[in-house]
Design a protein around this ligand. Sequence first.
Ligand code: AMP
Ligand code: MG
Length: 403
Amino acid sequence: MAGNDPRDLSVEAARLRLLGAVGPVAGVERIGLAEADGRVLAGPVHAPTALPREDAAALDGYALRGDDAVAGRRLRVVGRALAGAPWSGTVAPGTCARIMTGAVVPAGADTVIAQERVQADEGWITLDATLTAGANVRLAGEDAAAGEEMLGAGCRIDARVIALLAALGMVSVTVARPVRVGLLSTGSELRPPGTSLASGELYDSNRPMLAALLSRPCVSLRDLGTVPDDPEQLSARFAQTADLDLVIVTGGVSVGEADWVRPVLAQRGQLDFWRVAVKPGRPLVFGRLGNCWLMGLPGNPVSAYVTFRLFVEPVVQRLAGLPAREPLTLLVSIGEAVRHRADRTSFLRGRWIASTDGGRGVVPLPAQGSAMLSGLAQADCLIELPAGQTAFAAGTAVKVWPL
Ligand code: AMP
Ligand code: MG
């Protein structure tokens, strides 16, 4: 391939342009907590009550008054409070109540001493330690004050968030509706797995890969199938995107004689075509078909994977109402010297190794071709080699994207 054009966008510039163009989908729905995992909150959640609702014991022991929490003091045990079975009496000076973790601290008491720190005999205890008033008590409202905003719009609901919502007594939440995404493969050579191949044909691997990458609760997928390199058929398929938010097309996005995505998009909608200074994955089609965004990725499966991670992932997150967040990457030392062309960012398929200092290192796998799915499937991570530097000596810290 010819050298990169100086007008090629950097990866960062391309991501900023995408995020500048796309906004969250409109539309919310109310769903039960059991369906909420992986969905995105449409608005803030306020605590309907304080959490905990009442002062409670943080451990098993005795509830007493702070003034009485002095080593050597002898207190009479006058009551018993369990989680779910509060004691309605009052702890007067010189007395205490047996209390178990989670039980409401009875009136009069403000402190809990652990059972291991007292000598107990026949309805009396003697303290082995002096405590500060308030010790071992979970105060009402210390986790959440009543009315406090606990979660904001754009929060991705996961098990931890579900636990918090349940603790607040909530049974349902308002979430953004799922993003409607269509998947379309283009290429006259493509056949579905399970069929026999004539010379020149190959199996469509991009659509199953993208379907797996997008299989998540905040996305509703539509399979638009495979279309040959034919402008009329492509145009007819584009007509099926009217109610989608995003269609992802692979193949046919470059400037070859059988590459129809750009001209058909220009005719039916708005076309934006960028070359991004990245390997693999230089051409990127971006545009609109009515209300549906279109992203066209290169047909080579490794290029399609890398450009999905770089460019489609942030767009889907934005459509879903999630905040734009940099992917979680690691800085890891590279186990052997590597080189690349400095006029673009490269992503190599890498594998973890143990590094000499006892930490984790990374080496590139042998199979680095853009069409070589073996290297991609075996990789532990993508190794990012930044533009502007050609040679990376062994031991250099490089950015890696765990897979
Ligand atoms: P293209 O981007 O159309 O020039 O295709 C580049 C290479 O990727 C060609 O070798 C195609 O056969 C291959 N390719 C295109 N689409 C797919 C697909 N859906 N699955 C597997 N390989 C593909
Ligand atoms: Mg093609």
